[in-house]
Design a protein around this ligand. Structure first.
Ligand SMILES: CC(C)(COP(=O)(O)OP(=O)(O)OC[C@H]1O[C@@H](n2cnc3c(N)ncnc32)[C@H](O)[C@@H]1OP(=O)(O)O)[C@@H](O)C(=O)NCCC(=O)NCCS
Length: 217
């Protein structure tokens, strides 16, 4: 991945126009053949990243960074805050439940790290504040990514941050072929529309859970 990105950047400096075209063509084939990746989608991903950077936001992709995970608490709480409709339906203790859920996540992550496990966090920051993040695990055979939490601060929603974070899982992990996402929010219309738009399909349905899957394009 790193090598391919570097090659793209180096193209303008090293070659004549014709050679640049040849090299770009070669890289394009490389992406759509050996990496099995759609070059157009990769280009769109890079464009979305550039647009987000132009908004003054920064990307921070980390492995086993408990501090960065802890810094994401506020965004988790704000993103999953109950709507007025949910409050009317008697979910007024949801904030407490969310805090509990977050504490459980931190306990799980801490114990996983103690056991030598790996946990990744891809975040987008505004200054020092994490305003969007995806918390995920990679299976030991490295073929599957399990997304634990994906959350975007409500003030920054509908700006492609969530989709770009999802894309980043594929593009930063070229060896992985499948993203699995387990959500216990079957009633979350907004999230379901978002995942459908991002190419996810429902694999199976449990009482309160949906397992959504996206294969490598
Ligand atoms: C779901 C969530 C992650 C989406 O993040 P986002 O950055 O706002 O999403 P994007 O801007 O990338 O949206 C991409 C597409 O998804 C769909 N979408 C996103 N939010 C939507 C909404 N509120 N209503 C309908 N469609 C929506 C749209 O098709 C959108 O494309 P468009 O803006 O061109 O119409 C964000 O709303 C969130 O954090 N929600 C609360 C937490 C949550 O539910 N997480 C997932 C559950 S596990």
């Amino acid at each position: 991945m790193k090598m391919a990105e570097t090659s793209l950047k180096m193209v303008p400096k090293l070659y004549s126009n014709k050679e640049r075209r040849d090299v770009k063509h070669h890289i394009k084939n490389l992406y759509s053949s050996s990496f099995g990746r759609d070059f157009e989608k990769y280009t769109m991903y890079k464009k979305k990243r550039t647009k987000i950077k132009k908004m003054g936001l920064t990307f921070d992709f980390k492995k086993n960074d408990l501090d960065l995970i802890k810094k994401s608490k506020e965004t988790f709480l704000l993103a999953f805050l109950p709507t007025d409709k949910q409050l009317e339906a008697g979910n007024d203790n949801k904030q407490e439940m969310l805090k509990k859920e977050w504490n459980e996540t931190i306990i799980n992550v801490t114990s996983l790290l103690k056991d030598g496990g790996k946990i990744y966090i891809h975040s987008i920051k505004d200054g020092q504040d994490v305003i969007a993040f995806a918390l995920f695990y990679v299976s030991t055979d490295e073929t599957e990514i399990f997304v634990d939490i994906l959350a975007v601060n409500p003030n920054y929603q509908r700006m492609s941050l969530g989709s770009t974070l999802l894309d980043s899982l594929f593009f930063e992990f070229p060896e992985n072929s499948l993203i699995e996402l387990i959500t216990n929010r079957k009633d979350n219309e907004k999230a379901l529309k978002f995942y459908k738009k991002n190419g996810f399909v429902t694999r199976f349905e449990l009482s309160h859970n949906l397992v959504l899957v996206k294969k490598r394009w």
